[in-house]
Design a protein around this ligand. Structure first.
Ligand code: ADP
Ligand code: MG
Ligand code: ZN
Length: 476
């Protein structure tokens, strides 16, 4: 009997507000340890939290973008556990009544799309950061992150393999970036994932799951899930039983190890947070948030296909980020004659060169205006496509515009009939045998003549015109 994999993901996304969830401290990343703290986020007794309403609005926006229900009244709860980086001894979160419930994300799979349920999104606060390494046996704690706003996005156990899990995470990552609700920088821990994994034989009820905690790289998440699936199948096939536990992925050894089992699991003793009133939104407020929703990746992709006539592939590449979509739109506006040419040049030439140079689009030395100037000259046949690639190479290193480079490098195409005819006559005179062969019916020799003429013109003759004039003159 074949094995089925079941995966459910819990994703912690840092909401990109200026100040923390329940106090006015800055959320700026990378400050000196413990410089962005106050009595509230240090957990001093008697300090009262005040909710950051902007974080709540951004959580509602995220809920609307996944077609979820927004609970007009939601509540905060205390999740109690002891850990040095948790100064209050509890985390403020939402347990029975979260702000968002019952949404979904459609993810791309081989044969189309698959709908993944999103059970809930709740608001909570981050803990501080413990540092143990290189400190001569002592641990240090940085509480700058304590109280930073998070939303936890919990999926249904709807994913059937690691690829689907990664597709879901990438879709979610792209969404929160488009919504501008999170920086979602995975290296800075602004988007991290717990993966719940179980296996079962076809037709059986859900198996016992394990949970891999706190992973912040797509590659590690995929490796961790695949490792865990194999580990569980092996246990069961050897007559054992999977133990419900939390596990840690070791990306150096490429294996997971047990962190804590169900028996050692925390009893969080959730209870209502007495220091915060229920969070209330009116339907009008929710509607106003919905009205401010930006164009989402799927809509943008479809618009690029219809408005610019792009292939689904090109539209997909160009809409990966808001920045690249905006860049393309400004290029297409500056070279409206040929949106397809804009897409080709941006994807194949510009992004390729940036990638080689290790640069982001935002750091591109060539602006969309300057690239459009070059594409205009390709469009009106001033230069060949091949010469244009050389011009782009030069543009990457200089501030000159296309016309200046074309002029100073003498790259202008020869489109003048007289000049092209003169070259053709010379080439024919130098190759009398081939002329005779062509006239005798060897049509394939046309390619030979095109090559010779292009060579004689040092690549500058307009190829379309060379073809046309060759056919005329070779006829005799
Ligand atoms: P918690 O981890 O807080 O105990 P939940 O019961 O809410 O919480 O489950 C968390 C995640 O585990 C959800 O994403 C859910 O889809 C997933 N999950 C639940 N049961 C299974 C299972 N048998 N196999 C895989 N994932 C599961
Ligand atoms: Mg969990
Ligand atoms: Zn504070």
């Amino acid at each position: 009997m074949s094995w089925e994999t079941v995966i459910g993901l819990e994703v912690h996304v840092q909401v990109n507000t200026k100040s923390k969830q329940f106090c006015g401290c800055s959320t700026e990343f990378g400050a000196e340890p413990n410089t962005q703290t106050c009595p509230v986020c240090l957990g001093m007794p008697g300090q009262l939290p005040v909710l950051n309403i902007e974080a709540a609005r951004k959580t509602v926006l995220t809920g609307l973008a996944i077609n979820a229900d927004i609970n007009l009244i939601s509540k905060f709860d205390r999740k109690n556990y002891f850990y040095p980086d948790l100064p209050k001894g509890y985390q403020i979160t939402q347990f029975p009544l979260p702000i968002v419930e019952h949404g979904y994300l459609d993810i791309p799979v081989n044969d189309g799309e698959k709908r993944i349920g999103v059970t809930r999104i709740h608001m909570e606060e981050d803990a501080g950061k413990s540092m143990h390494e290189g400190l001569d046996g002592v641990s240090h704690i940085d509480l700058n992150r304590s109280g930073v706003p998070l939303m936890e996005i919990v999926s249904e156990p709807d994913m059937a393999n690691a690829d689907e899990a990664i597709a879901y995470l990438k879709q979610l990552h792209q969404l929160v970036c488009f919504l501008d609700v999170s920086g979602a920088n995975m290296e800075k821990g602004q988007f991290r994932c717990d993966a719940n994994v179980s296996v079962r034989r076809s037709g059986e009820p859900l198996g016992t799951r394990t949970e891999m905690k706190n992973m912040n790289s797509f590659r590690f998440i995929k490796q961790a899930i695949e490792y865990e699936v194999n580990r569980q199948i092996e246990i069961i096939e050897n007559g054992g039983a999977v133990v419900q536990e939390s596990r840690l992925w070791d990306s150096v050894k490429n294996e997971s190890r047990s962190m804590r089992s169900k028996e050692e699991a925390h009893d969080y003793r959730y209870f209502p947070e007495p220091d915060l009133p229920p969070l209330r939104f009116t339907q009008d407020e929710v509607d106003a948030i919905r009205a401010g929703m930006p164009e989402l990746p799927g809509q943008l992709r479809k618009r690029f296909e219809t408005e610019f006539g792009l292939s689904p592939y090109d539209a997909d590449v160009l809409t990966q980020t808001r920045e690249s979509a905006a860049w393309y739109e400004s290029l297409a506006a500056a070279h409206p004659a040929d949106p397809k040419r804009c897409a080709n040049w941006m994807i194949n030439e510009l992004l390729g060169r940036l990638n080689e140079a290790g640069k982001e689009l935002a750091e591109s030395p060539v602006s969309s205006q300057r690239l459009a100037g070059l594409l205009e000259r390709v469009g009106d046949h001033t230069i060949s496509g091949k010469a244009a690639k050389d011009v782009l190479d030069i543009m990457m290193e200089s501030d000159d515009d296309a016309d200046t480079i074309i002029e100073t490098k003498g790259l202008k195409q020869v489109s003048d009939t007289g000049a092209i005819d003169a070259i053709i006559v010379d080439v024919m005179a130098a190759n009398p045998g081939q002329v005779e062969g062509y006239r005798g019916g060897k049509d394939k020799l046309l390619g030979f003549f095109v090559g010779q003429v292009m060579k004689a013109s040092r690549g500058k003759a307009n190829p379309g015109m060379v073809n046309q004039r060759l056919k005329a003159l070779l006829k005799g």
